[in-house]
Design a protein around this ligand. Structure first.
Ligand code: NAD
Length: 465
């Protein structure tokens, strides 16, 4: 246990604020050194992290590399390469009325940040925001999720050894509540909407800005113009990574009735190709984070079947083992239980709809999702989906990757969150964009705008503005 874990949050935050106020975090060299430290930690302790992720979520080492440490290393590399140019003051043009003058925008760090992460990608979602926080010259308190305790413990032990200006505080709701009483200069929260409201309420007491990365039901539209087998493979993969506990996973499929029927055997085969006929025995298939979570999914499937859904593949669960089989449900009605909440598990409902119009209506009837996917070769359909629906991000023919590319901003809209980050978007989100103007005293071109506004001056102001 590190000291900061037992210290009052107020003391930890004060220490980080003093460090920020000392100015050490501002030079580019300090920022790059911390990014290098983080990178060294990820490379040097890959095994520790993989073991922790396997214990918490049954993730295979390869999947951990792919979806946690690998994407982080790429985020760090990209940020490291471009940070100098992102931080350079940006000269902007000066309108003729203000001439002669110079104007620029300078990014300055905000101060102390709080990053609160969920359990599903407990490394990527804690350290991803940290990359941006450090690159922008901030100090940060990290609060890992108590629901991935092994990973939290490893990160609390390692991060302070490799990175300066960062403290990791582990613990449960009590610790989060204590942390939220303190004043920060920015909070990044990733998780569900219920806690997001608690976070935003706490932030409001100090007028602290927030980035909220939430979830929701991300739809995927599939029509008959596409290669259904190829689409089914991508859909099955993206749904079953991390056993479905992915905020940007396709939550449900929308398809015309004939396509919906054609997808059934293709999805079933795609599942078997990846995880064999008994996924419980596959080393590559993960587990639910908790028995409660497994029980919730088991119930959700049973209730949906009772409401008319049909199991195409899977349907089994072993709650004590935190196992839920990859499950595809067909003939799912829009008002089925499985459509009433974010699934966040390996259950994929296929909802038949008459056409694209009906699909768009259904999407628009719910909260704005974190992601929207479509598998179609019809450019008109893609155009309509882009224009007529709103979502955090869009993936055509490829789910998930919009959330991992460091060159794209990632975030939600409406019910799926506010603000975005990753790469340059992080540096902008976690900095103050400070406008700086310099206008020489001479020539005094603004003499004309000072009262008294007699005839000539009045005419001049009217002409200038
Ligand atoms: P969680 O239960 O681990 O909670 C997240 C954080 O909130 C934890 O650090 C926890 O300590 C804290 N917390 C929990 N209860 C609290 C309380 N009462 N007061 C103060 N703090 C509290 O995670 P979760 O909410 O189960 O995460 C799953 C959700 O996160 C899903 O809805 C998913 O879609 C969403 N998610 C979003 C993204 C994204 O990037 N947009 C990524 C992953 C997950």
């Amino acid at each position: 246990m590190t000291i900061s874990e037992t210290e009052p949050a107020a003391v930890v935050v004060r220490r980080l604020r003093d460090q920020f106020d000392s100015g050490v975090t501002k030079p580019l060299s300090w920022r790059l050194a911390q990014l290098d430290g983080l990178s060294a930690m990820l490379r040097g302790h890959a095994r520790d992290l993989e073991e922790a992720l396997a214990a918490d979520l049954g993730k295979s080492p390869t999947e951990s590399r792919l979806t946690e440490t690998g994407v982080l290393l790429e985020e760090i590399r990209h940020t490291r390469t471009h940070l100098r140019s992102w931080l350079a003051p940006r000269r902007v043009s000066v309108p003729w009325q203000y001439q002669p003058a110079r104007a620029s925008v300078v990014l300055e760090p905000l101060g102390v940040m709080l990053v609160m992460a969920p359990w599903n990608y407990p490394v990527f979602l804690l350290l991803g925001p940290l990359v941006g926080a450090l690159a922008a010259g901030n100090t940060a308190v990290l609060k890992p999720s108590e629901l991935a305790p092994r990973t939290a413990e490893v990160l609390a032990r390692l991060v302070p050894r490799y990175v300066d200006g960062v403290e990791v505080l582990t613990g449960g709701v009590e610790r989060s509540t204590e942390l939220l009483r303190e004043r920060y200069d920015h909070i990044v929260y990733t998780g569900g909407g219920r806690v997001a409201r608690i976070v935003m309420t706490a932030a409001a007491q100090h007028l602290t800005p927030v980035t909220l990365e939430l979830g929701g039901k991300s739809p995927a539209w599939v029509d008959g113009t596409t290669d259904l087998q190829a689409a089914a493979r991508r859909i099955a993969w993206s749904k079953l990574v991390n056993a479905g506990q992915t905020c940007v996973a396709p939550d449900y499929l929308l398809a015309p009735p004939d396509v919906a029927r054609a997808l059934e055997p293709l999805l079933s085969r795609a599942v078997t190709r990846m995880y064999g006929s008994d996924p419980a025995r596959s080393a590559d298939y993960g587990r639910m984070v908790s028995t409660e979570h497994a029980a919730r999914l088991e119930r959700l499937v049973a209730d949906s079947v009772a409401a008319g859904a049909r199991v195409v593949v899977g349907g089994e669960a072993d709650v004590a083992e935190r196992y839920v089989a990859p499950t595809v449900l067909a003939d799912v009605a829009p008002d089925s239980p499985v459509m009433a909440e974010e699934i966040f598990g390996p259950v994929l409902p296929i909802v038949p709809v008459a056409d694209l119009d009906a699909a768009i209506r259904l999407v628009r009837a719910g909260e704005k999702p974190l992601a929207l996917y479509a598998f179609t070769t019809d450019s008109g359909a893609r155009e309509r989906l882009l224009r007529e629906t709103s979502s955090g991000g869009v993936g055509f023919d490829m789910p998930l990757v919009q959330a991992s590319m460091p060159t794209l901003p990632f975030g939600g809209v409406g019910g799926s969150g506010m603000g975005s980050y990753h790469g340059e978007a992080s540096v902008r989100a976690f900095s103050n964009a400070k406008p700086v103007v310099r206008k020489p005293l001479l020539p005094d071109t603004f003499a004309a705008i000072r009262p008294p506004f007699t005839g000539l001056r009045r005419a001049l102001v009217r002409r200038l503005f």
